[in-house]
Design a protein around this ligand. Structure first.
Ligand code: ZN
Length: 307
């Protein structure tokens, strides 16, 4: 049976690049694992944050657009991106950061919801894991899952179960939870119905797409065929340097990607040097000088984990 190993990455739009780095590295404690450019618009950054080695299931990436208008939430979008973090650390951390947050209980777990500096909803889902006591970060260990806000959850649900191998694992307060091979971190998708039927409008603070994992090119091809046979309009495979990707819009309007685990973030940098300098795919190397000059310089806060 066709089955994904869960979420590969989430890609969002932000305003200024430095503010984005300050939040995801300085506040959330992730590592900047790749500084590259938007392959479709090489005059702008594409920044990747993740765990120490940039593993699939920990990667959140951003297209920072200085002066981008704010996104408007609505139907057909990723409404929240959730991370797993040690429950014992989460509240203390939020207080120390002065974050305006809401604590909820969901499926028996503590969920702390807050917005990033561009208004994107993030959640920390408390796990039983122990935190590092001397760390100033919440000890994020990777994704917990995503919440999709879709008008016809039935159609999205069928796609998740029939093509991606998810199963329904719970339902509470208008939220249906799907998990693949259990509900381990990074393998959870929640569906909720939007408050209004108005489609979400993309802008800073919006999630652009969510990517699911394919083990390799053959696995990705199987997904592609399964989608085509169900009438989905899937793109051809695109080389994203760190993975290969196909894209399609799910029935609720959210842009889905299927990304291969290989070759991964270590294809052009060592673990120690990940994210330390501008990396370009071979087809842009000849224009490196011009590209580098057009990019707004960014600096990582001192909190950057070292080697
Ligand atoms: Zn992507």
């Amino acid at each position: 049976m066709l089955r994904t190993d869960g979420i590969h990455h989430v890609t969002s739009i932000s305003g200024g690049a430095q503010r984005n780095v300050d939040f995801y590295v300085g506040t959330l404690g992730l590592r900047l694992v790749k500084r590259t450019v938007n392959f479709d618009d090489p005059g702008t950054w594409h920044l990747y944050y993740g765990d120490r080695t940039g593993s699939p299931g920990t990667l959140i990436t951003f297209f920072p657009w200085e002066g981008a208008h704010a996104g408007v939430s609505g139907a057909g979008e990723v409404a929240a991106t959730a991370y797993s973090a040690p429950a014992a650390r989460v509240m203390e951390w939020a207080e120390s950061q002065g974050l305006e947050s809401q604590l909820q209980e969901r499926f028996g777990q503590q969920v702390l919801a807050f917005r990033d500096t561009d208004g994107s909803w993030l959640e920390l889902v408390g796990s039983a894991l122990e935190g590092t006591p001397d760390s100033e970060s919440p000890g994020v260990t990777g994704f917990h899952g995503v919440t999709l806000s879709v008008r016809d959850p039935g159609a999205t649900a069928r796609l998740l179960t029939d093509v991606f191998g998810f199963e329904t694992v719970g339902e509470t307060d208008g939220r249906v939870r799907f998990g693949v091979q259990g509900e381990a971190p990074g393998r959870v998708v929640d569906l909720v119905e939007p408050e209004s039927a108005t489609p979400a409008r993309l802008g800073s603070g919006s999630v652009h797409h969510v990517a699911f994992r394919a083990r390799d090119d053959d696995h990705q091809q199987e997904f592609r065929e399964a989608l085509l046979s169900r009438g989905f309009n899937v793109t051809p495979v695109q080389d994203r340097q760190y993975f290969r990707s196909i894209y399609f819009r799910e029935p609720g309007g959210v842009l889905f990607e299927i990304a291969t685990d290989p070759p991964g973030m270590l294809i052009d940098e060592t673990v120690e040097s990940l994210g330390s300098e501008l990396r370009l795919p071979p087809w842009y190397e000849s224009a490196r000088g011009r590209i580098a000059e057009a990019l707004t310089p960014i600096a990582t806060p001192n909190a950057t984990p070292v080697g």
